[in-house]
Design a protein around this ligand. Structure first.
Ligand code: SF4
Length: 225
C-alpha cells in the first residue's frame, strides 16, 4: 500500500513545483477559495478577471457593491448568486476580525472554527485560506483528492473530509510548504491524467495504482508542462 510520502515523492518527481496558490494578493486567494467550489479553475480565473476589471478585488469594494452586481461579475464561476453571498459573508468576517493581519493572531484551531462558522464556508475553503494565506499546517481535501485516493485503493472516497485529511497529515512532516505543494500536485494530477475518464498510460502514479494497472497503466510518461 502506498504511503502519503511515496505518492508525494512520485508526483513531485514527475511534475516538479507547482508554485501555488496562483494569485497575487491574499484577498485574491480568499476570493478564489470561495469561487473554486464545484467548478473548474479556468472558470474561477474568468470570474476573478471580472472582479479585477471592475475594481472589486478588495474587501471594501466587495462590501460596497450591490450583491446583484457582485453576482454578475461572478457569473463565469457558476452558482454565482450563492457564491456572491458566501464571498460577502466571508469578507464581512475578514473586515470584522481586522483583516488578514488580524487573522494571523489567531491559533489555527480557533481560526478554523471561526471560518467554518461563517455561513457558506466549508472545510475546503477554510483550509485553503489557512494554508495558502496564513501558511498553517492543514491539508486541503477536494474532489480530485477523493477520486485519486479511491483509485489508488487508499480510501473508499466517501469518507469524511477530516478522515481523508488525517490520512495525509499522519504520514507527512508537519510542514505547510509540503501540504501546499501536495495539494497543488493532486490538482495537477486530477485535472490531467486522473480525470473522470482516467488516462493511466501517462500517469506518474500508474505503478502504484491498482486502477491504473486495469486501464493500461504501468508505462509512465510524465506530463511535464
Ligand atoms: S493510474 Fe490512472 S486511476 Fe490511477 S491515479 Fe493514475 S490516472 Fe488515476
Amino acid at each position: 500500500m502506498s504511503s502519503p510520502q511515496a505518492v508525494f515523492d512520485t508526483l513531485y518527481a514527475a511534475y516538479g513545483p507547482q508554485h501555488w496558490w496562483p494569485a497575487t494578493t491574499d484577498y485574491e486567494i480568499i476570493a478564489g477559495a470561495v469561487l473554486t467550489q464545484n467548478t473548474a479553475w479556468r472558470n474561477v480565473e474568468r470570474a476573478l478577471a471580472n472582479l479585477r476589471a471592475r475594481d472589486l478585488l478588495a474587501p471594501a469594494a466587495v462590501m460596497a457593491v450591490s450583491e446583484a452586481e457582485l453576482a454578475d461579475a461572478l457569473r463565469p464561476a457558476g452558482y454565482y448568486n450563492v457564491k456572491a453571498g458566501r464571498l460577502r459573508n466571508l469578507t464581512a468576517a475578514l473586515i470584522e476580525d481586522g483583516g488578514v493581519s488580524g487573522w494571523r493572531q489567531w491559533s489555527t484551531a480557533s481560526l478554523r472554527r471561526r471560518l467554518l462558522g461563517v455561513r457558506g464556508v466549508g472545510a475546503e475553503t477554510a483550509d485553503c485560506i489557512l494554508l495558502y494565506v496564513l501558511d498553517r499546517p492543514v491539508f486541503v481535501v477536494d474532489a480530485y483528492t477523493r477520486r485519486i485516493l479511491a483509485r489508488l485503493n487508499l480510501a473508499r472516497g466517501d469518507e469524511s473530509y477530516d478522515v481523508l485529511a488525517h490520512w495525509f497529515l499522519q504520514g507527512l512532516p508537519a510542514q505547510p510548504d509540503v501540504y501546499n505543494e501536495y495539494h497543488a500536485l493532486l490538482v495537477r494530477l486530477g485535472s490531467g491524467a486522473c480525470r473522470p475518464r482516467p488516462r493511466c498510460p501517462v500517469c506518474p502514479l500508474a505503478d502504484l495504482c491498482p486502477t491504473g494497472r486495469c486501464h493500461g497503466g504501468g508505462v509512465v510518461v510524465a506530463e511535464r508542462q
